[in-house]
Design a protein around this ligand. Structure first.
Ligand code: N01
Length: 502
């Protein structure tokens, strides 16, 4: 072991990533007190997606009293849907006050994590240093690595080009001609902010999103005081928000009246904000509501109707040095292109560097048909390994923090078991297959697989729903909230290993 940091000891746990899931995991370990753990974080600060997404208008579209740790309620949320700086400050405070920071190695980009069968531990390399641990927890997230659009000529553009998740704050946008590609959750938050300052804004839409009103407001001083003095009131609000989101779940199509109700809310919102029938037609989605994330905004449609803003729906043919060429042949002159085009959610790059028992990476394992994870958390062939917010844990509606906390509980119990017994655990392949099939059965006929859209919820090769959880959040916790050793097998012995390799 060469690391200056590592004294050669085998730690109890290594966590990859200091975002919501990684920090939450660390808090659980920290509060337990007995675990020797380390977080490897590639950036220079905590916060994950909330550190990286600093674009103008960045805010959460899930209510903050729900979109926060249950074990660290924050009576001071300034409004229903907190903005990015406030959420990042919450995460920084969490790291500080829970004593997590000394356990984090910043600038530690994990380039290799391999199971060492001889020493029964994970050998991890990050930024040239080496670390070892009995257990490995990937909390690298699935919205961490930006994707640029695959459009011919993108690299030839001579103006400024950046991604929504890598906002270039040095660049003065005032008075420039900006093209924004993408009208997902990020894109529609950016448009109203840019429309105010730029000379012109061309919004390139490939598919129209469904948008419903954003029911946001500031909390009053009296409310915040009440949340602080009587914590049960904040807890009640959290519970109320949980069940509100849980019931806003039309995607399984089990209650047709829900679908009709939410569709009409979106239709009425569009009709009331966009009087021009031609623009309204362009903004009307051609797939079933819920197939992609249902977005919330009160200022996106109005911003599109400003004189300096134009919605472009003709499709992009190519990009050249000076701008974007539309399918119609029209050239749009631009100084800046912003790509609000999403993330490598389906195949997160971290899955290529984590290598299991038989020398195969997670990405290769999943590619070979072994999709998904047992309990959405563990993978056959990867002993003592846990993945937070990995396969089938995303949500169309609801709080990812609830999902992360469910997994944190599971991993905490599993790690305690491993450390107490000296066992090495992984799911049996057959158990994993059965579990993943049960998830896929539930996804059949849902709006995500049959709603007539193409989305990053589906795997591009198998067409299966691999990123989203196709059931209620509460069901996820019922199924995956507790680790049970009887679901697991121990690492095979050397003879069995040789057989598997051959
Ligand atoms: O990314 P997206 P996002 N040419 O992948 C378009 C979370 N989030 O960053 O729909 C032209 O959703 C693409 O078009 P289409 C949330 O979970 C949360 O907006 O594929 N267009 C789409 O319009 C969210 O779901 C908050 O046809 C191209 C857009 O780019 C997730 O992050 C806020 C294109 C990408 O949308 C990702 O959201 C923001 C191309 N070649 C984000 N390629 C909260 O408030 C892609 N597009 C919590």
């Amino acid at each position: 072991v060469t690391s200056a940091d590592n004294e050669g000891r085998v730690r109890d746990a290594i966590i990859i990533g200091a975002g919501f899931a990684g920090l939450g995991m660390a808090v659980a370990f920290e509060r337990e007190g007995l675990i020797d753990y380390l977080i490897l974080e590639r950036a220079g600060d905590v916060g994950g997606a909330w550190r990286d997404n600093t674009y103008p208008g960045a805010a959460c579209d899930i209510q903050s009293h729900l979109y926060s740790y249950s074990f660290r309620p924050n009576p001071d949320w300034s409004r229903v849907f907190a903005t990015q700086p406030e959420i990042l400050a919450y995460l920084r405070r969490t790291a500080e006050e829970e004593g997590i920071r000394p356990h984090i190695r910043f600038g530690a980009d994990v380039t290799s994590a391999r199971w060492n069968s001889r020493d029964r531990c994970w050998d991890v390399t990050a930024a040239g240093s080496e670390y070892r641990a009995r257990t490995l927890i990937s909390a690298a997230g699935h919205l961490s690595d930006p994707v640029y659009p695959d459009i011919p000529g993108l690299q030839t553009f001579a103006g400024r080009l950046f991604h929504s998740a890598r906002w270039d704050h040095e660049f003065e946008l005032r008075g420039t001609r900006v093209g924004l590609i993408g009208t997902g959750a990020s894109g529609i938050q950016i448009v109203p902010e840019l429309a105010d300052v730029v000379a012109s804004l061309d919004v390139f839409q490939r598919s129209a999103p469904y948008i419903v009103p954003r029911r946001d407001r500031e909390y009053t001083v009296a409310e915040k005081r009440m949340f602080a003095r009587v914590p049960e009131t904040a807890q009640n609000l959290r519970d109320e928000l949980f069940w509100y989101n849980e019931s806003r779940f039309p995607q399984r199509r089990q209650v047709p009246s829900f679908i009709e109700q939410i569709s009409s809310v979106a239709r009425d919102h569009l009709a009331s904000q966009v009087p021009d029938p031609a623009l309204r037609a362009q903004l009307t989605p051609d797939y079933e509501i819920g197939c992609k994330r249902i977005l919330i905004s009160n200022d996106y449609y109005p911003a599109l109707q400003r004189p300096n803003v134009r919605l472009r729906t003709e499709g992009i043919a190519r990009i050249d040095e000076t701008g974007i060429v539309l399918g119609s042949g029209e050239h749009v002159d631009l100084d800046v292109i912003v790509a609000a085009t999403g993330f490598e959610a389906v195949e997160p790059p971290i899955s290529r560097v984590i290598v299991g028992r038989i020398g195969r990476s997670l990405a290769e394992t999943w590619d070979a048909g072994m999709e998904g994870a047992y309990a959405c958390t563990t993978v056959a062939g990867f002993p003592n390994f846990f993945i937070a917010l990995g396969p089938n844990t995303g949500l169309g509606a609801g709080s990812m923090i609830y999902m992360a906390e469910t997994q944190i509980g599971y991993v905490r119990e599993a790690v305690a078991y491993i450390l107490a017994t000296g066992a090495t655990v992984e799911p049996a392949e057959s158990a994993q297959r059965r579990y993943v099939e049960s998830v896929h059965r539930r996804s059949e006929g849902t709006v995500w697989t049959a709603g007539g859209c193409s989305s990053w919820y589906l795997h591009p090769r198998s067409g299966r729903l691999t990123t989203l959880w196709p059931d209620f959040m509460s069901q996820f916790r019922r199924e995956n909230g507790h680790f049970s050793p009887s679901d697991y097998v121990s690492e095979p012995d050397a003879g069995e290993l040789a057989l598997q390799r051959s």
